[in-house]
Design a protein around this ligand. Structure first.
Ligand code: C2E
Ligand code: MG
Ligand code: MG
Ligand code: MG
Length: 280
């Protein structure tokens, strides 16, 4: 009869749909554990100067070295770290590791090379950020002249006043500042004028369109002229083809990064890359 039929013998757990919050909680726990175990790796991608024909910088790019899932790219977990407030702890580990690697390269007898570290908008808004950076420089005995911090315009849009103040304080420490992904979203030329950037990185998405889109070419060319006038060095990222390289060279953009030169490398590969390019 009806009463009997309605009594379900299936386990109740089957009907529980995992909600977003518990998923986030699980992911946060996993990330927290990874932080404790230091299950992360920094890869390094060379930045090449065509004028001096040398490596000018190495950009640190994080990967989560997951025991079961293998290498997880940053786009898959940096947003999670930001959402769960773990980004500051992760950011400290990244900065410490990158500075230590830079010192290790110098100890190998390699000429000093700048190490670039990507900084999340959340880190830049953190009131402790400058203090943390200072402490890491002290602990690793890193000379700030060989450190570059890369920030995106998102970090500026979040809170321009805080961003401006923080960047000025970092600049006073003699750290190099780079505006990353320029031209990728709603870019503002004024950011180059008003903020103390030493370098501007032309976004990969712009470089990709350079030979296809006449308007994009004009935008890049204008940005490069402005950068030059402001004494800001320009770097193009995501350079993959000889054609892109030639167009950029003709625009007098001499610093580049991209698969045409090298993919991001493990610390060992990066050391070998530096050795082979300094010894020839
Ligand atoms: P980004 O800082 O703009 O880094 C450039 C990304 O483009 C890297 O991807 C790099 O591997 C890739 N790339 C470089 N050259 C080429 C090329 O010629 N062609 C193509 N198709 N791709 C190229 P990755 O390592 O997956 O990093 C993605 C983004 O994740 C970074 O963009 C950055 O925003 C963020 N990220 C990476 N490492 C860190 C970190 O340590 N901290 C923070 N906060 N964010 C990071
Ligand atoms: Mg970057
Ligand atoms: Mg970039
Ligand atoms: Mg990016």
């Amino acid at each position: 009869n009806y009463q009997q039929k309605s009594v379900s013998k299936r386990p109740l757990s089957q009907f529980v749909i995992q909600d977003k919050e518990s998923k986030l909680f699980k992911a946060k726990t996993a990330l927290q554990k990874a932080l404790e175990q230091e299950d992360f790796l920094l890869y390094y991608q060379p930045q090449v100067n065509l004028e001096t024909v040398g490596v000018s910088k190495m950009e640190a790019l994080i990967r989560w070295n997951h025991p079961q899932l293998g290498l997880i790219p940053p786009n898959k977990f940096v947003p999670l770290a930001e959402q769960t407030q773990l980004i500051c702890a992760l950011g400290e580990w990244i900065l410490k590791t990158a500075c230590s690697q830079n010192i290790a390269w110098q100890n190998l007898g390699l000429p000093a090379v700048t190490v670039s570290v990507n900084i999340s908008p959340y880190q830049l808004q953190d009131p402790n950020f400058v203090k943390v950076v200072k402490q890491i420089l002290k602990d690793t005995q890193m000379n700030p002249q060989w450190l570059e911090l890369e920030v995106t315009e998102e970090a500026i849009f979040t809170n321009p006043e805080i961003a401006h103040q923080t960047l000025l304080e970092l600049k006073q420490l003699n750290i190099n500042l780079c505006l990353d992904d320029f031209g990728s979203g709603s870019s503002c030329l004024n950011h180059l004028v008003k903020f103390p950037f030493d370098t501007v990185k032309v976004a990969q998405s712009c470089v990709k369109k350079l030979n296809k889109d006449k308007e994009q070419f004009t935008v890049i060319s204008t940005a490069l002229t402005l950068a030059k006038g402001l004494n800001i060095r320009a770097v193009a990222e995501g350079v993959e083809t000889q054609q892109q390289l030639n167009i950029l060279k003709n625009l007098d953009c001499q610093e580049m990064q991209g698969y045409i030169f090298s993919e991001p490398l493990t610390p060992e590969e990066a050391s070998r890359f530096l050795f082979s390019h300094f010894n020839t």
